[in-house]
Write a protein that binds this ligand. Structure first.
Ligand SMILES: [Zn+2]
Length: 723
């Protein structure tokens, strides 16, 4: 609250003359809004009249609006209207009276948030006016959430509260609080103090302990803070996987019983709770008892995702459980695990939510499924008359960069699977955006979540039309409000992209801006800075550095480009094998555009992917020319099934039909080599030819040491350089 009041003080002390807010700009956009003639003068003394059920909401409104409250002139009246739905509300702003109608506190809180957004961005204290208008508004989906992963990186209590305020401000109603993970246990449990003494701390990158946790008092404070804003807090206690921190604290609850460390790396880990040991269930039930006491919500999220079965396969106790319960395999053992926990929750009047993996081996009774691996899990749940929450990686993963999920993509999201029958639509409760924090410590979270959550709030509130341009305008008008609330928002789209154009023997680099209003400056080969206005002509290999100027953002966009100037630039490329449509890069000119792919990001828009087949392409140089260097590079990241080729062969021809092999390079890169890297294949010798061809041999099926052994592998290539 303190932080919030400071911001408001700032808001009210801006010495700007009386401003009337005629551009009504509310996100999410209200269902119905009519402007009317006249002005409501906020500077006059305002009297509150309200039904007693709205006491908390009126207090909240009074606490954040320091205009004069008294007994004269203007009136703000809260009216209980039983005809309205739970979250529905009406606002009517007349010249001397504002009425807010709702049937519940929830509706009244939404009205207050709309009212806050109606206030002018800048106005002088006691001298502000509102346009007369009426609003009638209600949500389409009842589940409108944000997941905060406070485990991979710990987030301070006040930061969590700031997000509760921001959720309320945008009429979201669920905070999905991810509290336990491999890399950290964040909730105090009296019965098992080691969970926070040991499990809340890992070895940080600097070697010092990194972590933190929320005490019971912290949690009560946050839950109460949320309750006052009508935000429901759903705790997530992960099981049976993502439990390394708990096992590091109490090793007796794993299959091996061996002492392990709180995890420091990101990923999926094989040590999970033992499913054959009854004391594990006692341990989890005791934890859940304390969790239940802390969170009034009807729901408890138990994770259930990404639980490797390796330990269970090699554990006598787990195998015994499978036999004794006539289970088919480890998937059914997972189902047994989840069902047993689900029953315990049900006995305690709580309902279980789990990630879509909980359906493997049968959907647990009464479970709500959160669909993340695409829409299919949610669809399957709904078809079986189970409730589902949609948060597919394609649109809802705000830890992903803008290259994969930009504002427009989030805005295009529809939580209802396209081919779900109409009579099952009501099983789709709504959606959530997920802020996983592996690569986002607290200070990065704002720029990941904003502005994308604005699109999500509008999708889930229910947009009538898919008018992105209109939405974008409102987002830009909304930024000053976010600034007042201390939000360090990011970009709408990848802010700076380079594009190469080749025409009439002219090679140019175009800078594509993520937002038309951005001001970009650039330098070539560390030369003088210039304002960018038109494509830059390039005559040789060069380095370009571009950056944004006069930005209001904290993390200013900056991007490097290394241009590889070669004889194949802009020439026609014939594909003897086709690239995969999911990784087209920029299409058929990608491999001769002079722009190389990033060393560590195969989704940067320059890497072209071939799935389960060779790369086989021919460049037509238009005439016979001399060259002395051929070079291609390939990406490897075995965890994404991308391997460098087994061999690379270069061929030449004068007629485009009869090719002569000039060089073949065999690779000796280990397919299981860790990490992401780029492997070049260069051949230097003098040649003369019109057609140059490269055949890169796909590795084939993933080797037996690979977690996905036997699946086809990918080949990723970025450029075919001919010098
Ligand atoms: Zn076991």
């Amino acid at each position: 609250m303190i932080r919030f009041l400071i911001l408001l003080t700032f808001l009210f002390s801006s010495c700007i003359k009386n401003q009337i807010n005629t551009t009504v700009n509310i996100i999410p956009k209200p269902v119905k809004l009519n402007l009317k003639n006249g002005i409501y003068d906020l500077s006059k003394e305002t009297k509150f009249i309200f039904d007693s059920i709205f006491t908390n909401e009126v207090e909240y409104l009074k606490s954040i609006f320091p205009f004069k409250i008294g007994n004269k002139e203007n009136i703000i009246q809260f009216i209980k209207n039983q005809d309205l739905q739970v979250e529905e509300y009406r606002i009517n702003i007349l010249k001397t009276k504002i009425t807010i109608e709702a049937s519940s506190e929830k509706g009244a809180m939404h009205a207050i948030q709309s009212f806050r957004q109606l206030l002018p961005n800048k106005f002088y204290k006691n001298n502000a006016s509102l346009q007369c208008l009426e609003i009638h508004d209600y949500p389409k989906f009842k589940w409108r959430g944000l997941l905060l992963d406070c485990c991979r990186h710990f987030m301070e209590k006040d930061f969590v509260k700031k997000y509760i305020d921001l959720l309320a401000f945008h009429k979201m109603n669920i905070l999905h609080w991810h509290l336990t993970e491999d890399q950290g246990w964040r909730i105090e449990i009296d019965k098992y103090p080691l969970l926070t003494e040991i499990g809340a701390w890992r070895k940080g990158v600097d070697g010092k302990p990194y972590g933190g946790y929320y005490s019971k008092e912290d949690i009560k404070e946050i839950v109460e803070y949320a309750r006052k804003r009508n935000i429901e807090v759903i705790p997530e206690i992960e099981l049976p996987g993502h439990s390394v921190a708990a096992i590091a604290s109490y090793p007796q609850f794993s299959c091996t019983g061996e002492k392990i460390e709180v995890e420091t790396d990101w990923g999926v880990f094989k040590d999970i709770y033992c499913a054959g040991n009854d004391s594990v269930f006692t341990f989890l039930e005791n934890i859940l008892d304390e969790v239940i006491d802390l969170f009034p919500s009807k729901y408890i999220h138990i994770g259930g995702d990404e639980a490797p079965k390796f330990r269970w396969k090699n554990c006598n106790k787990c195998q015994k459980r499978i036999v004794e319960n006539n289970l088919k395999d480890e998937n059914e053992l997972q189902s047994y695990f989840i069902n047993r926990i689900g029953k315990y929750l049900e006995k305690n009047n709580k309902q279980l939510i789990g990630w879509d993996e909980i359906m493997e081996g049968g959907i647990p009774k009464n479970a709500i499924v959160q669909s993340w691996r695409g829409m299919a899990g949610g669809k399957l749940a709904a078809e079986n008359s189970h409730y589902a929450i949609m948060s597919p990686t394609s649109h809802c993963y705000f830890d992903y960069d803008l290259q994969s999920i930009d504002l427009e993509k989030v805005y295009s999201f529809d939580p209802i699977p396209i081919d779900l029958e109409k009579n099952k639509h009501n099983f789709i409760l709504g959606g959530e955006c997920n802020m996983w924090s592996e690569r986002a410590p607290q200070e990065k979270v704002d720029s990941k979540v904003f502005p994308r959550i604005l699109a999500m709030s509008e999708v889930l509130w229910g947009k009538k039309e898919n008018n992105y341009e209109d939405f974008l305008t409102r987002v830009e008008n909304h930024y000053p409000k976010l600034e007042k609330l201390g939000v360090e928002y990011g970009y709408e789209k990848t802010p700076i992209k380079f594009k190469s154009n080749f025409s009439d023997n002219k090679f140019e680099i175009e800078i594509v801006k993520g937002n038309k209003k951005m001001e970009i400056h650039y330098q070539v080969d560390n030369g003088a800075w210039q304002a960018y206005s038109k494509p830059i002509e390039i005559f040789k290999s060069a380095k370009i550095l571009a950056e944004e100027r006069n930005s209001k953002r904290k993390d200013i966009a900056q991007k490097n480009l290394e241009i590889n100037f070669h004889k194949g630039l802009g020439k026609k490329v014939e594909y003897n094998t086709n690239y995969n449509k999911n990784y087209p890069a920029i299409g058929t000119s990608s491999l001769v555009n002079g722009i190389s792919g990033n060393d560590s990001n195969f989704r940067d828009g320059q890497w072209q992917g071939f799935y389960g087949k060779n790369v086989d392409i021919t460049v037509d140089l238009k005439e016979k020319i001399n060259f002395n260097e051929l070079k291609t590079s390939f990406f490897q990241y075995h965890l994404s099934w991308i391997l460098v080729p087994k061999s690379v062969e270069y061929l030449i021809s004068d007629d485009g039909i009869n090719f002569k092999s000039i060089h073949k390079i065999k690779t000796d890169v280990n397919p299981m080599k860790q990490g992401k890297f780029k492997e070049p294949f260069t051949h230097v010798q003098n040649y003369s030819a019109r057609y140059v061809r490269v055949i890169a041999e796909n590795y084939g099926f993933l080797p037996k040491e690979h977690p996905a052994a036997g699946s086809k592998s990918w080949l990723f290539i970025d450029e075919f350089s001919i010098k």
